[in-house]
Design a binder for this molecule. Structure first.
Ligand SMILES: Cc1cc2nc3c(=O)[nH]c(=O)nc-3n(C[C@H](O)[C@H](O)[C@H](O)COP(=O)(O)OP(=O)(O)OC[C@H]3O[C@@H](n4cnc5c(N)ncnc54)[C@H](O)[C@@H]3O)c2cc1C
Length: 509
């Protein structure tokens, strides 16, 4: 390759939506001398087959910021870079079956308000007006998000790539990175089959291959990237005449994206049919054992359908929107999604390694890609981000995240993708990673344990008869058995502290 670059400010490894967005935002902030390497064609990883849903909803401030920014960017990007895209902001409705779910919606709505997102709480009747094919008899209420919608993931990636190229950044396709070497001055050389590129910073944006790429950084202080890979399926239905008629009668509008979070699926209008995507509790990990190793290359590939796993959820969805039962399944997509142990991406400085970043392991990379690129550019150029991004910072994990831990937690998160995260609830998978020397004694004293950075620590000390079940913590309420016990434990400390303050103030008088 005669014009192969030998120098760049930043080299990004991976040309999915996140890598492309990172390149676009670096160039937009003035660093146009950057290079993206893609081993196949752009989008070859998880991006090409994604459903393309772009929610803003999240109960994490960092994630909501990224997703909100993405919706704002995607709405103007096509025009900005002169690359028209299919982006529909159809709005979404999230269904609540319980009062607890309504409380979660209220919280998200309040958070959204502070970010300028105008979510609304609707009655089931209001939802039925906007979504006439919906069964509402058993619903508590609905959260409506006007900014939610869907985008064509490949078009989005190409638009970001075009924008970056137009500003002078380089994208080299069919060029796998094969390794990295850190120089004495902490700059890098990225090796490829076509030659070496010297650069100041490297970004691991290799999607579900991020752990493999991450291994190259180990001699320079890196660690094993904490992640695993889940299989996720969605079904595309045949065209439904009633949906087409409704759309035509409503000026070409789409039905709002529907999420029945208590049952665990999304249901979106795709052309004049449906796209149904379940997050099933009896889920399937891939490439998690020696007998199922990750292949060298999985570009543009899928797994075979596995409909038995999602049958119950599909049946439920057909009862919720009976019109679905009138059409056949046209296609099933079953593809890989990478998961970190908490289901959030790894975005920020690479732990232990100078001048290297991670922008990988995205489970909702289409929705978060826009915001992720902005943050990555800020990390690289400014050394800090505009928003608090600790929730996704790769440094939140330390040495306890072994393979078994990642697989167990990934499956737990996937199977509970839409679950409520109650403040006193401790997720049960992959516990007891780090035990203190007094662990058994603490438990004997009634310690009800929680996991903190792998360490088991007592959240409170129960007495005989206290309800210490997991179910008891499925509440937003502050008052559980822990409240009284913590008060009892804290009171002597407060009294002692008050005495000390009293003595101190007398002494100084
Ligand atoms: C069925 C399904 C539906 C989904 N639906 C949605 C959705 O509706 N909304 C949503 O937000 N998300 C969705 N997702 C998730 C989404 O697809 C991913 O989060 C997103 O595509 C991740 O993008 P990425 O750029 O991080 O990774 P990828 O798209 O996987 O890109 C990584 C790239 O790195 C390249 N690469 C790897 N190793 C090297 C190397 N050594 N050198 C050079 N290049 C390399 C790969 O070829 C690949 O192109 C879905 C996923 C699945 C499976």
């Amino acid at each position: 390759m005669s014009d192969f670059p030998t120098k760049a400010r930043v080299v990004i490894i991976g040309g999915g939506v996140v890598g492309a967005s990172s390149l676009y935002h670096l160039a937009k902030k003035g660093w146009t001398d950057c290079v993206l390497l893609e081993k196949n064609e752009l989008t070859a990883g998880s991006t090409w087959h994604a459903a393309g849903n772009v929610p803003t909803f999240s109960t994490s401030w960092s994630i909501m910021n990224m997703q909100r920014y993405s919706t704002e960017l995607y709405a103007r990007l096509g025009e900005e870079v002169d690359y028209p895209m299919n982006y529909h902001q159809s709005g979404s409705i999230r269904l609540a079956h319980t009062p607890e779910r309504m409380q979660e919606f209220e919280r998200a709505r309040s958070m959204g308000r502070y970010q300028g997102i105008k979510m609304e709480i609707w009655t089931p009747e209001q939802a039925k007006e906007r979504y006439p094919f919906l069964e509402t008899h058993d619903l508590e209420g609905v959260l409506y998000d006007p900014s939610d919608g869907d985008i064509a993931p490949a078009q989005l990636t190409q638009a970001l790539a075009k924008g970056a190229r137009d500003m002078g950044a380089r994208i080299i396709r069919f060029c796998p990175a094969t390794g990295v070497t850190q120089q004495a001055d902490k700059t890098w050389v990225v090796h490829t089959e076509n030659g070496d590129i010297a650069c100041d910073y490297v970004v691991n944006a290799a999607g579900y291959y991020a752990q493999r790429v991450g291994e190259w950084f180990k001699p320079f202080g890196g660690r094993t990237v904490p992640m695993m890979v889940m299989s996720h399926q969605y079904l595309l239905s045949e065209e439904v005449p009633e949906v087409e008629a409704w759309s035509k009668a409503n000026g070409g509008q789409k039905l709002p994206l529907l999420r029945d979070v208590d049952v665990s699926y999304y249901l979106r209008q795709e052309k004049h049919g449906f796209n149904l995507g379940p997050y099933e509790p009896n889920c399937r990990a891939h490439w998690d054992t020696d007998v199922d190793p990750m292949p060298e290359d999985f570009s543009f590939q899928l797994w075979n359908d596995d409909l038995d796993r999602i049958e119950d959820i599909v049946t439920d969805a057909m009862e919720r929107v009976p019109l679905m039962a009138t059409s056949g399944v046209a296609r099933v997509i079953n593809g890989p999604i990478p998961y970190a142990p908490d289901g959030l991406p790894l975005l920020g400085p690479m732990p232990g390694v100078d001048n290297a970043f991670e922008a990988c392991v995205f489970t909702f990379g289409i929705a978060q890609g826009g915001g992720a690129g902005k943050c990555l550019a800020e990390w690289s150029i400014d050394g800090q981000t505009e928003w608090d991004m600790w929730a996704v910072d790769p440094r939140r994990y330390t040495d306890y995240t072994d393979h078994d831990y990642c697989v167990q937690k990934g499956k737990e998160v996937y199977g509970n993708e839409y679950a409520m995260h109650f403040p006193h609830h401790e997720w049960p998978a992959a516990r007891d990673k780090k035990l203190s020397p007094v662990h058994a004694e603490v438990q004997q004293q009634g310690g009800v344990m929680g996991a903190y950075n792998g360490w088991e620590r007592a959240n409170w000390f129960a007495k005989e008869g206290d309800d210490t079940s997991e179910a008891a913590t499925h509440t937003w309420d502050r008052s559980g058995p822990w409240q009284q016990r913590i008060r009892e434990d804290a009171r002597p400390c407060v009294t002692m502290l008050a005495c000390l303050i009293c003595r101190g103030s007398r002494g100084s008088a």
